[in-house]
Design a protein around this ligand. Sequence first.
Ligand code: ATP
Ligand code: MG
Length: 442
Amino acid sequence: MALEIRSIKGTQDILPSDSWKWQFVERQFLDMAALYGFSEIRVPTFEDRGLFIRSVGDTTDVVQKEMYTFTDQGGRELALRPEGTAGVNRAVIESGLITGALPLKLSYVLSCFRAEKPQAGRYREFHQLGMEVFGSQSAAADAELISFVHGFFDHLGLQQIRLEINSIGCPHCRPDYHRALKDYFSARKEGLCPTCQERLERNPLRILDCKCPSCQEIAKDAPSGLDYLCEDCAAHFESLKKRLNALQIDYTVNPRIVRGLDYYTRTVFEFISGDIGAQSTICGGGRYDGLLKSLGGPDQPGIGFAMGLERLLMVLEAQKIELPAPAPCDLYIASMGEEASVIAMSLTADLRSEGFAAECDIVGRSVKAQMKYADKIGARFSMVLGDSELESGRASVRNMADGSTVEVELDGESLSRFLYDVELSRITDSLDVSGIPGFDKL
Ligand code: ATP
Ligand code: MG
């Protein structure tokens, strides 16, 4: 047997041995987002290609090199989304959400596509957990988002995630900075990669984000944007730092962070881990005050972030953080013969409707094979239904861990009560009530 068609390079199957971890992290993220007042939005996987060119920017790596574009049967120029912010911005304008109650706070979990060189922590299909806040100029919004990410990592038990922040100014002060960068890089043009030589004219800021070692070396001593901030941008950045200090969130100011997308203004930030090698940024975000307007929406500010789910899971793994594994099968009901199999199935249905994870044979195998399967799936209890059990209306339930058995009546209610009692004693056993007066008599 040979598989003739294989998965595409840079894509991954998330198998049951891992999917529960994905589910756990996604659920924690959306639940915690709800605590902060964020609601989930889901946007399409593909959009008009022009949306990304206009928002992400045509001088970025994402648009110039990484976007999966295609022409559909109707001749439309489309692209698989390389990130979530552009689609969410389009959606809030198109739906009218942006003219409703502000601030508008949205969260999302979505797949993204970029034609990059696959390596550890870098895939062609990857997933982002993200948030966007619309309608707040205040640095309080920036601080709230950063404090969410900080709190989320803390909640997952992650340690030593570094936060770096920067301000890249606004349309008022950025032209001066652009000029300074252009002067600096023009004098060193020969050392830049061909892409950056082109960027020099149109968007010298992008050179700071280039991954080429020679460009990075030159960029090291480039002028810092912080020296060119206008009064308003400088005050905004000060306000953010003051709030982060008050929230006791450690950060370093890194004037080299500009982020890979063109729409950012003022605050940009990254959360970085030292545990997962070269692809170390697990979360990136920033403010994009002009984006909604440039897409034809109202002149409302926005700010957001996206974290890479694959990289986040890599850090959890590297830091050996145990996630709560899904509960195994509570009771496996094995059966012998057609009649017992039918009863096993209806008992299983009764237990499931009571919220217990019950299973029975759906293959028609021997009892021995059924029990082997119960063992493989890690069932906590099992029972076998044969003629004598059906006649007596009772069966013995076997504890798969220690082999002990208990007789239980063969009806859904009795079985549920049995499993419920087991669960209750498991919980009380794990509680330390020794110091609480009267609780030892429970
Ligand atoms: P990088 O510098 O690593 O290329 P980026 O600046 O292109 O990242 P963003 O566009 O800000 O990344 O995306 C936000 C987050 O999404 C990143 O911090 C990272 O965790 C994740 N991410 C980006 N590209 C990929 C990819 N190809 N594979 C896996 N995760 C990715
Ligand atoms: Mg990138």
